[in-house]
Design a protein around this ligand. Structure first.
Ligand code: DGL
Length: 262
């Protein structure tokens, strides 16, 4: 991996921590700078303009900290504005999109379900992706407007989340979905509850591992490897209340995590 700065990772909140975790597993020598745009979350019910402006502000901040690549660890921001980000900045951007393709390849029933934010599901890039890869498989979509608040408040265990999860997952099962795509990085934190509600015959698809691989590939393109014996640092930055952010990150990452205000 190239030296010369951390990998920048951002999301509206703690969703992208699911992506940062996989990057850390695959590329432990890399420094990671994670930004949660907490004060402006959620993105999933906002306009294109709002999400674009926030993505510019956060990217400017990441570049001021010398990141060598930016991971848009948010399906909503990726589907809304990664093209504009790539046009404006010269640093490589790696985005995250719902894993429709692996879901289509897995489905035996011919029906897949996509859980995502309202915004992701109405973007042209989502429609284009679904059209391009779905073939004969039917794609059933389900916006989950209450999931992000539930996840941000760390109500992640079965008893806390099962009622809400059933509300969104049961209708997809009733339509015959045998594969469910987590089309929002936040939802990965609820994956065990979603899997319990869906049952053992339903595959849950998410893309963190594929995104981490893509980060690895892109970094290989831009320079030589970092010393493998190095252990990279990880910092988590938020513009929301810091004490609460610390609680969130300690819960998801561990008590050694470094927390900063931006
Ligand atoms: N985690 C984000 C995503 O992947 C955004 C959720 C939100 O802010 O609404 O879509």
């Amino acid at each position: 991996m190239v030296d010369g700065g951390p990998i920048g990772v951002f999301d509206s909140g703690i969703g992208g921590v699911s992506i940062a975790r996989k990057i850390r597993e695959l590329l432990p020598a890399e420094d990671i700078l994670y930004v949660a745009d907490t004060r402006y979350a959620p993105y999933g019910d906002k306009s294109d303009q709002y999400i674009l402006e926030r993505s510019f502000v956060v990217t400017d901040f990441l570049l001021s900290r010398n990141v060598k690549a930016v991971v848009v660890a948010c399906n909503t921001a990726t589907t809304t504005c990664i093209t504009s980000l790539r046009a404006r900045y010269s640093v490589p951007f790696i985005g995250v999109e719902p894993g429709i393709k692996p879901a289509v390849l897995n489905s035996r029933s011919g029906v897949i379900g996509i859980l995502a934010t309202q915004k992701t599901l109405v973007t042209d890039s989502f429609a284009e992706l679904a059209h391009r890869v779905s073939g004969n498989v039917r794609v059933e979509i389900m916006a989950c407007p209450d999931f992000v608040a539930q996840i941000e408040s760390l109500k992640l265990n079965y008893h806390e989340a099962v009622g809400l999860v059933e509300q969104y997952v049961r209708p997809l099962l009733a339509k015959g979905a045998d594969t469910i795509v987590l089309g929002c990085t936040h939802y990965v934190h609820l994956a065990p509850v979603i899997a319990s509600v869906a049952g053992p015959d339903v595959l849950i698809v998410s893309t963190e591992a594929a995104v981490a691989k893509e980060v690895q590939r892109r970094l290989e393109d831009i320079g030589p490897e970092l010393n493998k014996s190095r252990v990279g640092g990880v910092e988590f930055w938020s513009n929301g209340p810091l004490e609460y952010f610390q609680k969130q990150i300690h819960h998801l990452w561990g008590p050694q995590a470094i927390i900063q205000q931006f």
